[in-house]
Design a binder for this molecule. Sequence first.
Ligand code: ZN
Length: 181
Amino acid sequence: MGKKAVIVIDMLNDFVTGTLKCDRAQRIIPPLKRLIESARVNGVPVIYSNDLHYKGVDKELNLWGDHALAGTKGAEVIEELKPAEGDFIIPKRRYSGFFQTDLHLLLRELGVDTLIMTGLHANMCVRHTSADAFYWGYRILIPKDGTEAFTEEDYVGGLDYLAKVYGAEITSVDEIIKEFA
Ligand code: ZN
């Protein structure tokens, strides 16, 4: 078993309660809180992969409208899952947390080879980040109570795709916490 890291994707004000609000995201806040706290206690790195867009510049905004704009409250992690000292925050401007970011270099330096992929959305940023993780050869664990999507169909289809195409192991927060200790 290799070294793990928890990747928390886009649990930002704009995605949970703001302009791109996903009501279903509420369900995953308590389990993610437990997962993140347990990771910190057990020395497992917690890495936030956060949308951070430039207004009037990022093409993605044409599709989705303004969200997670640099310097706004909407671009901050929700209060319940706030980063703590020792956590890492890596901004991204595309769906994938790897694309043109510091993530792969950081994971290499930390000696991480297994990613616990969480956050929003199972069929978009979690999927695209998992695609790059798969290309780089990381093992991917996805707690089913740690990710969500706008609809049940997107959620179920998203998990199914992750398992089938990237070999993601679909598990639960409790199972993952059990293995930390
Ligand atoms: Zn975005």
